[in-house]
Design a protein. Sequence first.
Length: 431
Amino acid sequence: MALLMGAPSLSAQAQPTLSLDQALRLAQDRSRQLTAQELAAVAAREMSVAAGQLPDPTLKAGVNNLPVDGADRFSLTRDFMTMRSVAVMQELTRDDKRKARSARFDREAELAEANRAAALADLRRDTAMAWLDTHFQQRMRALLRDQRTEATLQIEAAEAAYRGGRGTQAEVFAARSAVAQIDNRLREIEVQIASARTRLARWVGAAAEQDLAAPPPLDTAQLDAASVEARLDHHPQIAVLARQEAAARADADVATSAKRPDWSVELMFSQRGSAYSNMVSLSVSVPLQWDQKNRQDREVAARLALAEQVRAQREEAAREHAAETRIWLLQWQSSRERLAQYDSALVPLATERTRAALAAYRGAGSPLAAVLEARRMEIDTRMERLRLEMEAAGLWARLQYLIPPEQLPVPTNSATNGVANGTTAYKESQR
């Protein structure tokens, strides 16, 4: 019976928690932007196949040389020139032009895939930052609650000292004021926690209401100073611009192929009255590009200029992202060093100051104001340390999720063949 009675309490304690990895998977599963980019790639692939085909033939039907006055007016058979005609016309688009058009849509599909990779990187970064923000805001709340408990005990001590004639009423009010200030900060933190959970819910839905699991190690990131140069070539935004440049150059190839006109062939069968012979006509037509220098050549020049424009934008973006990433690395490393200083000196010193002030107060060698000031400084120091850790975690998320793992080069040694095969299978599943 005792076991049966204890079972509900055990199950009630086993509440599910939301880890950072689970949040990332949920966000990716719920994302409609990723689905939209996948569908854009599918559409472009389908258009690539269609663009590589010959145009549909054209069927024509008509009546030629129909009399409209006289004795034979509106007769289809009495005048020897009247013919009822059926014709089929086919434009013979050259193979190189069809391949250029097909390649243009292939580049469009690659651009959609690059946009998906960029959206995935942004999704993972924003989800991680929302998760970490929620985690650290909750830690700040826990710290303030612990400090409030200690400050409440200080009220009781101040009231007891006042009743025993060893303290003043001003000290009681000062202790109560310290608790009120902590309560005010707690209310502020509660709003920040609610805001952080709202941002997290934007990515993971109702799972944002679950308790959070322990964070992953935040002292190492995917990018470091040694690998930043090589890996920035796979930066999602730079990859998008590279695909845009490839698409622009494919447009230039299509414009270049248009400088050679396509021929059209038409076969017509004409039926006349029973007293006359039927006729067959065969004709060939071709556009006359009599002003290429002001039409086709200028279109090619315009397409090439657009491609060069995107190339210049890509190079500028590469420099900007390289500088930005290096700044993040420097700030993250600086934050880690400052955290070490907080842990080794600032927080222990603030704690010892509070203990010393409290011991002096209990020995009647120091006023309560010194204890309250020391406690306030300790709270501020611990809060500043948490804010610095939260700032470092945000920089870690930017570095860790800057480049999706699928975009990074895979080593070719035998130990990583399984990873390489998995990455290839992933890319093929997206096509």
